[in-house]
Design a protein around this ligand. Sequence first.
Ligand code: ARG
Length: 308
Amino acid sequence: MQRSGVLDGVGDVRKLSLSAIPTREAHGTAVMVEPRYFDRVYKINPYMEGSIDRDRARTQWEHLRETLESCADDVRVLDPRETQELVDDVTAPLASNRPDMVFVANHALPTPTGEGFVLARMATDERAGEPRHFAAWARRQGYDVATAPAATFEGMGDALWHPGRELLWGGYGVRSEREAYDELVDRLDVPLISLELTSEYYYHLDVSLAPLSESTALVQPEAFTDDALAKIAAVFETVLEAPPAESTAALAVNLEVFDGSVVLGTEAPETTQLLEGAGFDVVTVDTGEFQKAGGSVCCLTLTAGTPS
Ligand code: ARG
């Protein structure tokens, strides 16, 4: 059986045998955060420009929720008004300082079974207070919630489960720190393949790599070092390369997959063709308002299991 630990070297990743890694059931629950306070009031990534049409954002978010309801087993929604009561918040009122809280993928990472979460430690002061709200909500739902690693770690923005296996992919270098993964693998007792990110435009792993199935991934090569690309190619039999223009203008890699159905956040014809050619069904919803804050479908969704 593959031992837990961080695999940094390409050679070690080449030696990895997927079939020796314990299998993992897909996480069928989609967690979302209500866009009640969503806005763009600061700039912490290169996409953050312009003003948000908040009514339009609400309509887009509702449409994404309906879409996820049709393909996930369950959709659970965190309402920030409720967590405000649960959290002893020492900073400014929620309405003015949680405009990015809707991007729930950054709040935590689900455990292999999805019955619990490891909390995030945000890289920016602007978002530092958000995981406390997520923790209060998740505990109330019955999930086990573990504290954040000591190093910066932006949850499922940077750590993604390999479909079907107890194997993690961990992005670092822009937001999350490589050191976070030593602590994470010790706690979760799983192997993790580290991937160095190199571009502010691909500031999280989930805008750079989408593991679609056990054997297929969608990748934006410009996001990674050569070593990171070699590690991805060593594990996935099929690596689809997303067109750079759609990876930025449409955040096309930032998608969700449920049972072979891919949910994309903006019309991305070339990426759609690639995905359909590889046998996936593609559903497109419009996340245009959220893209003005640098996030799309994957950032707006946190996958999990059901509490035990
Ligand atoms: N404005 C947010 C930030 O810069 C967007 C987060 C997007 N989330 C993601 N999982 N990529 O942190």
